[in-house]
Design a protein around this ligand. Sequence first.
Ligand SMILES: NC(=O)c1ccc[n+]([C@@H]2O[C@H](COP(=O)([O-])OP(=O)(O)OC[C@H]3O[C@@H](n4cnc5c(N)ncnc54)[C@H](O)[C@@H]3O)[C@@H](O)[C@H]2O)c1
Length: 432
Amino acid sequence: MKYVIVGTGARHEMFRSALTETYAHSNELAGLCDTNAGRLALSAGRIERQGGNGVATYLAGEFQQMLREQRPDRVIVTVPDYLHHDYIVAAMRAGCDVVTEKPMTTDLGRLKAILDAQAETGRSISVTFNYRYTPARTQLKDILLSGAIGEITAVDFRWHLDRVHGADYFRRWHRYKDKSGGLLVHKATHHFDLLNWWIGSTPAEVNAFGRRTFYTPEMADRLGLSAHSERCLTCPLAAKCDFAMDLRDDEGLRELYLENEDSDHYYRDRCVFAGDITIEDTMQVGVRYANQVSLNYTLCAYSPWEGLEVKFHGTGGELTHRHVEVHGVFGGKRQKPAGEGMTTVLHQAGKPPAELEVWHGEGDHGGADPVMLSYLFDAEKTGPDPYNRQSTHVDGAWSILTGIAANHSMAAGKAVSVDDLLNANGIHLPRP
Ligand SMILES: NC(=O)c1ccc[n+]([C@@H]2O[C@H](COP(=O)([O-])OP(=O)(O)OC[C@H]3O[C@@H](n4cnc5c(N)ncnc54)[C@H](O)[C@@H]3O)[C@@H](O)[C@H]2O)c1
């Protein structure tokens, strides 16, 4: 299978090394594309085993030329979220299949463009929902499928982003709603996809509340940081700010961003307390699913720990999972919990609660990324997936519709019907 990648920032590195190292025996990376010549050159130079003349590089304006010259089977899209649709549509219209990072896109207009192009071309889109592949979360699917808690009736789901990871969404393009869809699309697409997959349904009605209350100019004042600069590199208060990021300290960030910022002014270390941020940091969403399951969801971007808590209520009992990825975050300092920090408790009605042995894996995102990559790049050898984890454009669309509907609900101050939103935008989407 022949691939090209568009967007050579932080995330593309996983795909590049999978194609040129782990799965090089059955795949070829033929081209790389980006607006930033420095990041392109850095990526091309990192490829260890290059055949022939190496991997061709193209600036963004040469994307069509790359497709004509390299004739890839699949295009991998790892540009910022608000640009996904442009490349997904162009790749499919040129006869290629697409592998795209999440979220598939950020709003209804862009979603319609993708779905229309997919229907016209018949090409396939895979959305890389690595969270489905985390062994502990696959185990929850396994337990729910077994019927151990009977019919699922309601779910409580809370995701905590700590003050290192959470703050990072307030530094660059993610912090603008028109570029990322806000955290209910950009981040929660993972969570709402997990919920669609676990529950086996899709969102029907959404009611949301959200505001920015922590990463604000007022908080900077309270912390004595009123005189902060636009970015940490030039900030006179960096030494006393728990949220300061020094791009010079981290080799990866320095090479990827600091050394390439002259051409595009992409500053990776903008102040998290800036006044022009347009996304929320505190969000709560209520969802009624098409199969009548109801959900309470919370996302907080400044927690003193990072991880998730989920409880499934069922006609036959409860299933509860807690994963503490990091705890003890004071300002910017993190501490890993001892052991894996994961517990799963099955409490069937009439029986005592049972703490189950949690499934584990090795590798990034709790062991998720290597499993996902083997299905993506070595499907024949990996075999069929009993948990049906590979995601199409239909899964990608449903995973963002909860967050998009939540954005509409927050703007309108009332609950919104997902079918009404789809109909108003001429979008026809099957409910799986
Ligand atoms: N699944 C996950 O766990 C996960 C983790 C991180 C990021 N992501 C996703 O991966 C994508 C990329 O994130 P990132 O952190 O690598 O971002 P990034 O900003 O580090 O990289 C984006 C790259 O796209 C390039 N770019 C910008 N505009 C372009 C254009 N018009 N044409 C071509 N290239 C352009 C930039 O120069 C940059 O090199 C995002 O969609 C993000 O949501 C997913």
